[in-house]
Design a protein around this ligand. Sequence first.
Ligand code: FES
Length: 173
Amino acid sequence: MTEKALTERESDPQSAGRRRFINWLWTGVALAAAAELAWVITSFLKGRRPASAEGRSDRLVEAGAVADFPPGSVTAFPRGRFYLARLEDGGLLALSYRCTHLGCAVPWNAETGRFECPCHSSIFDIRGVVVRSPAQRALDIYPVAVENGIVQVDTGRAVKRSDFRPDQVVYPK
Ligand code: FES
């Protein structure tokens, strides 16, 4: 390309506009990549958060006294995003709010005695077991401990499960 042609091209307002647009586009791509990288690093660091001094997760929720949860009841803990289910035999299960299909929050329907997902109609029983698909596996559970009659739920450790097993239930002593 001759020097004259180059000079003409540089002074062409359309070329200048195209260059500005491409520069703007590259800046946008770079900012989006930086934001994603920051998000990935933050998520990674959050996942590696150490347990507190007592060796427990800092997401331990004190749910209340065992006597506050009658057999056959389900109590919602919106801040912890879990339900505490007290089974008819007195056993306790802490069930995640998240539907195992695509993650919608699943409300408890006290009238039907089931968890009914509003998104694609999956249904789970009081133990979190799939009664109707499309969900393919039971609701996640959180570890439960009972100390001095007080129910504690570790919401920092969701446990995935394909189905219900009796050893998932915690019985107060
Ligand atoms: S997210 Fe619950 S059924 Fe799809």
